[in-house]
Ligand binder design. Structure first.
Ligand code: WT7
Length: 655
């Protein structure tokens, strides 16, 4: 049988229906069942979520009111008392799951560890007690800056257990970026490790923490350090404590604090259109319910699954779908420290084979990188345990989808393309794998309870085929509650950018999309000044501020340029201070400077020195023109608002 070509698949607009056998055993078994759930939720969202909250979660005290919606501020399960660590741990201990693997962990050097629910519960309790001894009280914030080791999840759950909101900072962020986040969150404690393994090298995490604290994060009183890589590090007497030391005397019992449903569970920083990252606030009850139900239905989580999400716990994907969603469901969640690297490009497939992974969830950029490495890596491992695949982070190009489906999924695994955001807490538009026929490149249909629409600049619904802004029209339990310390920014960014004449509040977080005749959503990407590099969201302003903080730089404009593997790469147009001359050394220095200010994920692929930047008469940089230049395209569209047209010729000449 000959392989269908991508063209033939796309031309036929081929649908990939759920395999019959998969559908028969799935939680949601047919498109009719999906439609029923969708209509039921649409007709009475409060009753829909209340019923699930009752059947899926354990509450210490029931709520008085399901939803309190004072746009744009929302409360779910008002006066309900709950603890997410209890739902992720304690309630499984009285069932057969007590000795089921909760976390399976594989370190990059090949060491490994499995924690059952009972073992995980014990370690979480111990750390919760340690946190208390270190003076952390309910409501205090804890910074977590960790490699992908079980202690990262333990620290998160320990925070949740005592009601201390965590703010996890991705281990790839620089000391400077870490400091900014610790300062904004006013963290009292930082949990870190001496280092982590990544691509056969040590990421010196503790060293970065030391730098961040020297640079100034005055609220931090204690630092807890896991010994992972065992190189020499500085331990500040009185401030720094080894995890294994303090763990020794700590009791393995610690009752879960009854939290109000609306108590803050965590802050997670994400990029926006200004230089300052936003602290996205998620609360307890609604988030627990939403991650639980979306994980269960969209990944069809079953007790026999070995579920692996390759994200880092430093991103929302790691929060919702490595830690909270799977554990709340009593699932087995796999955590991997490493990444495909020269010494073992096939390491992911080794892990699938070793543990018999059944569900595998990763990002399009990773799939494209794996495609480049060649099929012989997956082909030489046994991947027959896999039954479901997922993607997230950016629109997946059909070539990558088809490869993923054939080479990894062996043409038998449904693919769930999940569209969501840090702000939404969980999946918003996604197939349900036993119900939804998929189309390569489409995230398909809204999750039950999610009212998604496409609108124009006036906030009015448009014929989806034409495309427009992707918005959500009714509150959902997993939604962010505010920007930490900045209600006004929350209101302006997400709720007032598009205001229909009706005055109704609709949620918009920056994506453009269109809908096809089957009502399937096709997300086109960001419409704001946010770029998506290898599945990581970066604000152009953030990179610009980093560049401008270098003494040689006068002005900078940053845009995304299409990249085969990363999706987008960063191109920076830079003008220099009068006495500086562009040269290669300076280019290297500026790239390194951005790495120092933000982290390696923000390193510009290309820096283009220019005498001037194209601006409107009011002084706004015309990024649209720069984007075309960066992509090597002709400049199309209106240039009449350009203040000085000669700038374009100079840029073309210089580029
Ligand atoms: C942005 C959110 C949600 C976890 C990972 C990223 C883009 C995400 C998809 C998808 C098309 C996607 C959007 C969104 N995005 N998933 N399946 N199809 N685009 O979280 O950093 O909050 O970024 O990622 O542009 O707005 P994030």
């Amino acid at each position: 049988m000959s392989q269908p070509t991508i063209e033939s698949i796309l031309q036929e607009k081929r649908l990939f229906p759920p395999p019959t056998e998969f559908a028969q055993k799935a939680h949601i078994k047919s498109i009719e069942e999906y439609k029923q759930l969708y209509e039921k939720a649409k007709a009475d969202p409060e009753a829909f979520w209340a019923e699930l909250a009752e059947t899926e979660l354990d509450w210490f005290q029931k709520w008085d009111k399901v939803l309190d919606w004072q746009p744009p501020f929302v409360k779910w399960f008002v006066n309900g008392k709950i603890n997410i660590s209890y739902n992720c741990l304690d309630r499984h201990l009285t069932t057969w799951r007590r000795n089921k693997a909760a976390l399976i962990w594989e370190g990059e050097p090949g060491d490994s560890r499995t924690l059952t629910y009972a073992q995980l519960h014990r370690e979480v309790c111990q750390m919760a007690n340690v946190f208390k001894q270190l003076g952390v009280k309910k409501g205090d914030r804890v910074g977590i800056y960790m490699p992908m080791i079980p202690e990262a999840a333990i620290a998160m759950l320990a925070c949740a257990r005592i009601g201390a909101p965590h703010t996890v900072v991705f281990g790839g962020f620089s000391a400077e970026a870490l400091k900014d986040r610790l300062v904004d969150a006013e963290a009292k404690l930082v949990v870190t490790a001496d280092g982590g393994w990544r691509k056969d090298a040590i990421v010196p995490l503790k060293e970065q923490v030391d730098k961040a604290l020297v640079a100034g994060a005055p609220t931090v009183e204690n630092v807890l350090v896991v010994k992972r890589t065992a190189q020499q590090i500085h331990m500040e007497p009185g401030r720094d404590h080894w995890w294994h030391d303090v763990q020794k005397g700590a009791s393995g019992e610690c009752p879960a604090e009854p939290m109000d449903s609306e108590d803050m569970l965590f802050i997670l920083y994400t990029s926006g259109t200004t230089g300052k990252p936003k602290g996205v606030v998620h609360t307890t009850g609604g988030y627990n319910l939403y991650t639980h139900v979306t994980n269960k239905w969209a990944f069809d989580l079953q007790d026999t699954d070995v579920y692996w999400c390759t994200a880092d716990v430093g991103w929302i994907t790691g929060h919702s779908y490595i830690v909270y969603g799977p554990l709340s469901n009593g699932a087995t969640s796999l955590m991997y420290e490493g990444a495909p690297r020269a010494s073992n490009p096939g390491c992911l497939w080794d892990v699938v084979e070793k543990y018999g992974v059944t569900i595998f969830y990763t990002a399009p950029t990773a799939i494209r990188a794996l495609m480049k490495m060649g099929e012989h890596h997956p082909n030489s491992r046994n991947l027959s345990s896999l039954r479901l695949l997922g993607t997230v982070g950016e629109p997946i190009n059909p070539e990558a989808w088809i490869w993923y489906n054939r080479v990894i999924g062996g043409d038998r695994c449904p693919i769930v393309d999940t569209w969501w955001q840090t702000e939404t807490g969980g999946f918003m538009i996604t197939p349900l794998p036993g119900a939804t026929s998929t189309k390569p490149g489409s995230a398909t249909l809204p999750f039950p309870g999610i009212i998604a629409d496409i609108v124009n600049q006036e906030g009015e619904s448009v014929d989806g085929n034409n495309g427009g802004y992707l918005v959500i029209k009714h509150p959902w339990p997993g939604m962010m509650r505010t920007v930490y310390g900045d209600d006004d920014r929350f209101r302006r960014t997400y709720w007032e950018y598009l205001r229909p004449k009706s005055g109704e509040y609709i949620y918009f977080a920056g994506d453009g999309a269109h809908k096809d005749d089957d009502g399937y959503f096709w997300v086109m990407g960001r419409v704001d000044d946010v770029i998506n590099v290898a599945g990581h969201r970066l604000g152009t302003m953030e990179v610009e501020s980093a560049l401008v903080s270098h003494p040689a730089v006068a002005e900078a404009a940053v845009v995304g340029k299409p990249d085969e593997v990363k999706g987008e790469d960063i191109v920076a147009f830079v003008t220099l201070e009068g006495d500086r001359e562009p040269n290669e050394d300076l280019e290297k220095e500026l790239k390194q400077h951005v790495v120092q200010e933000i982290g390696a994920i923000a390193r510009p692929g290309d820096i283009r020195f220019t005498e001037d930047l194209p601006k409107t008469r009011s002084g706004k940089i015309m990024r649209r023109l720069l984007r075309s230049l960066a992509a090597g395209q002709e400049i199309a569209g209106d240039t009449s608002t350009l203040q000085d047209r000669s700038v374009l010729d100079k840029l073309r000449g210089g580029a």
